[in-house]
Ligand binder design. Sequence first.
Ligand code: PHE
Ligand code: CO
Length: 267
Amino acid sequence: MAAQTGPGDHVIEQGYQAYTDEDHEVWRDLYRRQSELLPGRVCGEFLDGLDALGVGADGIPDFEDLSELLEPATGWRIVAVPGLIPDDVFFSHLAARRFPVTNWIRAREKMDYLQEPDVFHDLFGHVPLLTNRYFADYMAAYGRGGLKAMRLGALDMLARLYWYTVEFGLIDTPEGLRIYGAGIVSSRGESIYALDDPAPNRIAFDLQRILRSRYRIDDFQETYFVIDSFDALMQATEPDFTPIYEAARALPEIAAGEVVAGDRPVS
Ligand code: PHE
Ligand code: CO
């Protein structure tokens, strides 16, 4: 059954029949490249999700088919959108356990670099972890938290939490540091850089520190934050953020590559 959506939700048909052979070929090439690169680099929860959903060795997946697999696991469904959507609409979808996925795919000339999310980033990057119970709950809580942050005028700060966890998060495991952020997982270059390059800072997750930390959108990250587990991320973000926003607002912002007193490096 299709997700219940309504006017103003920016949901469109996926338009599956409109994909060309070349669209599917671009998907398969991106998929092959990342699925060869990621074992040993991405966390086990992501690989488990990729396996469970079978996200697309054959071509761009059908969102309805995928939703039928995902919903029984964690209650999430996928809806198609034309691209970036307004914040309040995005948060409402997340709170209702609907993940908005861009329906179009990049051109072959942009295999390595894309300024806005396409179906490969949104689907391959984000959806596998939605099979994980803790991460699935975290994303829905983030949606509710987003609507609240808008009321509190704190969206600039909360957006940093999304950036440094959902998009660019690293996780510490007994086998070593692993990737879980979708922005890394969907990028060949950054899935190598984030773990292997000596340049970026890798700092233990600290909620208030992240709320104060600016980020860059035009290059690989200068700082990554490392969580211990998805359960720990869930617990750290459970409290009411109202006083945490106030405290963070009273302190100076931190530049993207800056290291400050109290930062705990993780290697
Ligand atoms: N606990 C947060 C609040 O009170 C909501 C939230 C949960 C935000 C999880 C992000 C992630 O605003
Ligand atoms: Co994303």
